[in-house]
Design a protein around this ligand. Sequence first.
Ligand code: AHR
Length: 660
Amino acid sequence: MKPNLITRITLCGLLLNGIYSQAQTTLEVNTAKTITKIQPTMYGVFFEDINFAADGGLYAEMVKNRSFEFQTPLMGWKQPNSDTHSFNKESGIATTIHNSENKTNPNFCRVLINDAKGFELINEGFRGMGIKKDAKYNLSLKAANTNGTIQKIIIQFIDKDKKVLGETSITPTDKNWKNYTAQFTATQTEAKAQLKITFEGTGSIDLDMISLFPEETWNNRKNGLRKDIVQLLYDMKPGFLRFPGGCIVEGRTLAERYQWKKTVGDVENRETMINRWNMEFKHKPTPDYFQSFGLGFFEYFQLAEDIGAAPLPILSCGMACQFNTGELVPLAELDPYVKDALDLIEFANGGLDTPWGKVRADMGHPKPFNLKHIGVGNEQWGPQYIERFKVFEKAIKDKYPNMIIVSGAGPFPDGDYFEYGMQELKKLNAEIVDEHYYKDPKWFRENATRYDSYDRKGPKVFAGEYAAQSVAIVSPDNKNNWECAFSEAAFMTGLERNAEVVYLTSYAPLLAHAEAWQWTPDMIWFNNLESYGSANYYVQKLFSNNKGTDLLAITKDGKPVTGQNDLFASAVKDANSKEIIVKIVNTSAKAQNINVDLKGSKFQSKGTIITLTSPNLEDENSFAAPKKISPKESEYNVKGEKAALNLPAYSVTVLKLKIK
Ligand code: AHR
């Protein structure tokens, strides 16, 4: 009798639930009591120009070194048949001229053509140029046909065998500098196209700002941003956009810090600068990594507005990266840095009668950008930071008392730098403190309780940079694997459960060019034709799209669900959609059957269940399988106040129930 019964029960369980474990766990949600409001900024995005995220990435410019301002002024340009190659003397040669009177864009290219059939100038793009069959491309350049002897400039897409994949031409009519534009269509899709320029006529011609954009950009803005990448960001419904970093804010030296004023106005006059990630890592050198600032502060604010995110700029506080030179601006000389912060607030929010408000309006945005937060310093530590922060805080609050100031607790989530920074910032009643953690996946699972004991009356938390590292921080072998992603999800239930203190959170870094990155893991990967969200992206998106408005308690035996039976959970109500949303992460290698008791509400009979899962810890998304790990949504039939759930092994489940 006995063995039979067990067999029958087991069989029944297997039939109903596959290989789910038999122990039933019950979680309880009190839907009637709001613990706190979820901040609209809860889940955001962190943008830094690392991994070719701006030039070569989000900023859709296809020509690398368009204005010949890299340290090696012809970097990115080739002239295979030129006089520099002794076998082909006298076809012509391109050199660069430095005009020191032009302070922001001093170099231009002088091309001497002796043999129009022989000479060619080729731009290699950012590891090639991605072109799509039948898509249109907008070319622009400046030319001075100094002797009037060049009849035509011919511009072509070519592939590696020099096959022409689309072409146009420009007639340079003026001896003086003049802007020219042309449009052409690609005849074939090619990931590694290049731009070839040849000439009709002989003699000399000067060229500058040779630029090429796809016609199709985000919001179809001329010379704008890559549509596919912005779409991925938009789909996340991010609460904020932090920019421009990261360590890029600080610079390796003070001279190389990010200076927002140099990134606004006419793109031609935005001074190109070396990117601090250029040669940062010996294992991933990218000597051709520079910043054109075509994606500058105006464009960041515009992007934030486009994707419905609150803008969150972070500024240098007068300290260069302490992992590099750690150069310090003496306190007595901090004024220009503080002024940059005050002027930025005016640029974002000022009226048209203010100097910086007018700059914004002249760039096409008369309405304010509604800036509410500003960050002072990135990953600074020690007394020098606190001293400088105090100066900024006073100046900003004196002029803009409602501006919320974000301070930082340094690069690590614990240890001396962190403890000291936190202790001092608490004394100053800091409003929001930025914490960073790049740790192994286990740390994320074990730290889901990190904020349970944070002082509810102390500074609010900006979990500003985090990502689980499958190997170790800055290891080039780190992967965006499923274990990292669901461990972050487990941790994020802890962020959400602590919405009383956690106000903003963001994964970092955001973007990476598959052939030009320096840092991994990254949330979104792209090449010159395509982009895809990692498993970590889908975790972020799930939480952000389902952040709700009110935090509810979800417990097991009266305690928060922080790893009991390998389960992590949080629950919210969305007052707008009138839903209860429960998020449960099962970090176990086994599936689990659980019950969720939802007290205090009546539900409509049909809800939704979304599951994000993958069987193997090492699984990843890729260009070949971009949605291998992505949410699957189905209808959920509600019976009363109890929800029975089958949680697959290694899974993130979101249950959404409509309140009657
Ligand atoms: O996200 C990459 C880098 O990590 C950021 O620039 C820096 O703030 C952190 O150390």
